[in-house]
Ligand binder design. Structure first.
Ligand code: GLU
Length: 511
């Protein structure tokens, strides 16, 4: 695919209306990868023109999310840049001239209809053939706008400061087409597109006008966004044509939807099936509705980025694990699939586990330590924790799993799975462990091999198969049927603690 890579400028343009869904972060990622691959610029633009949808904390959430993912914008409200401001609400004055230009050229018009009149229109013009009438070529000439009123009437209404909006005048019987980098040739029949509002009664542009004006003013060369925006594309294409010329238009790529267990992946799927769909935890301040995030669920950002990249893209080989730098190096938009990408939580966990296994204990230690501390494990020695991390990370698909897999190295288990031992518990085994405590106590060198030798020699003397004794020993030290080699555990928790745990378990088992 031939692309102008000379001065690539892409943007992620979220509306701060809530937490960031998987699909949103994948949009950021693909934009970012493309920009970095082509030595371009990644712009973060906050599209906050719809004041009625303002949600406290949502903008900060976007910054925090990008930071967690390791994606740093080159230009943004926080980073600044020569094309600012990067928040549309702060660009309000820039849009009016373009709206006026469209009105003067006959591509847009003033509309004075009140909300009640619009409601009435939807009822009056409802027919079998047109069950949900829209403000379009069929209806516009029956409404109160600068196409139906005289110039004097319009002037008067404007002077009297009657509320108005500016609507685009969608042409009739036109095929609006453009070439999408993923969907290739895409065409729309203009007769099914309504006269979208471009400028609202509060003087703010709508998303449609603002996105086109800002992409132009910010010299955006490529615009990648979710497929849910494809239906808005004809309005944007027309605005480009009328205002700046189609040659100036960025190259569009509409990214495939992310599919859940039943259709498009939604917040509800997450709640229903118990997996996160947002990047980080989010509580909607309007209704306190909580949505779980990958970060808090125990995902590493490296894994999150990796699994997102693979939702709709591959490099043409079987390779699945990629670092951010490898992704930058290998990403290409023409390998993004057209069809929906299926999200599979088990596979997501697989990615995380692979990344946990790949990560050094150095990197994992500051992430695991607070998880243990939160569950009341205190005075953690970091170098000891790093040893434990290396020993158990094979068993931890999620960061939270480190608690179950390593807490017994720090504190005695609260409960013992005695049911796993009791059926085969006999006096000879009790005798073995009593004696074992004495012998361990006398060991001069406390090492994995010396503990194992002591255990095996005594088992042979007592004529009990070592295999029958290892499970009880594990339950005594760990609490359950999991963890690395039992002698290694004994070595790490040290002599005194090993003997103490065996003795207190014996009391329970013998009772
Ligand atoms: N503001 C839109 C959103 O919230 C951006 C769509 C686009 O990238 O054009 O997703």
């Amino acid at each position: 695919m031939l692309l102008n890579t000379a001065k690539v400028r892409v943007r992620f343009a979220p509306s701060p209306t809530g937490g960031l869904h998987l699909g949103g972060v994948r949009t950021v990622l693909y934009n970012y990868l493309f920009a970095k691959k082509h030595g371009g610029t990644f712009v973060l633009r906050i599209e906050d023109t719809d004041q009625t949808r303002f949600v406290e904390g949502a903008e900060q959430y976007i910054y925090d999310c990008l930071k967690w993912c390791g994606i740093e914008p080159d230009e943004s409200p926080l980073h600044g840049g020569e094309f600012g401001p990067y928040k549309q609400s702060e660009r309000k004055s820039k849009y009016w001239d373009y709206a006026l230009q469209l009105i003067e050229a006959g591509h847009a018009y003033y509309a004075f209809d009140t909300p009640q009149e619009l409601e009435q229109m939807r009822m009056d013009f409802k027919t079998n053939e047109n069950p949900s009438p829209q403000y379009d070529a069929r209806i516009r000439m029956k409404m109160k706008n600068s196409l139906t009123l005289t110039a004097n009437e319009v002037e008067k209404l404007l002077q009297e400061k009657n509320p108005f909006v500016v609507r685009i005048k969608i042409p009739e019987n036109e095929i609006i087409s453009f070439s999408d980098l993923i969907h290739h040739e895409v065409s729309f029949d203009s007769n099914v597109v309504d006269d979208k509002v471009l400028l609202k009664a509060d003087g703010m542009p709508t998303y449609h006008l603002a996105v086109v004006v800002d992409d132009f003013l910010m010299k955006i060369t490529h615009a990648f966004r979710g497929e849910e925006w494809l239906s808005s594309a004809p309005v944007h294409i027309l605005l480009w044509k009328y205002l700046f010329g189609l040659d100036e238009m960025p190259q569009w790529a509409h990214l495939p939807l992310i599919m859940g267990p039943s259709g498009k992946l939604s917040k509800r799927d997450g709640a229903k099936y118990g997996f996160p769909v947002y990047a980080m935890n989010w509580t909607d301040p309007r209704n306190n509705e909580f949505t779980e995030g990958f970060k808090e669920k125990g995902f590493l950002p490296e894994a999150f980025i990796n699994l997102l990249a693979m939702l709709g893209w591959n490099n043409g080989t079987e390779q699945e694990l990629f670092s951010l730098n490898e992704l930058i190096d290998q990403f290409s938009i023409d390998r993004v699939h057209k069809s929906g990408a299926k999200f599979d939580y088990e596979k997501a966990k697989w990615f995380n586990h692979e990344w946990i296994k790949k990560s050094s204990s150095e990197l994992l230690c500051p992430l695991v330590k607070p998880i243990l501390e939160e569950k009341s494990i205190s005075n953690i020695n970091e170098s000891f924790l790093k040893t434990i991390i290396d020993l158990v990370k094979e068993r931890c698909p999620l960061l939270d799993d480190f608690f179950q897999q390593s807490s017994y190295f720090f504190i005695a288990p609260e409960e013992l799975d005695t049911e796993a031992v009791k059926p085969k518990w006999k006096e000879d085994k009790a005798g073995f462990f009593n004696e074992m405590c004495n012998q361990l106590n006398q060991l001069n060198v406390w090492e994995t091999t010396s503990i194992e030798n002591c255990f095996k020699t005594l088992a042979a003397e007592k004529n009990i198969k070592p295999g029958e004794l290892q499970l009880p020993m594990r339950i005594m030290l760990v609490g359950g049927k999991f963890g690395p080699a039992v002698f290694e555990i004994a070595y790490l928790i040290a002599k005194e603690e090993t003997i103490k745990r065996i003795k207190s378990a014996l009391i329970i088992l013998n009772s």
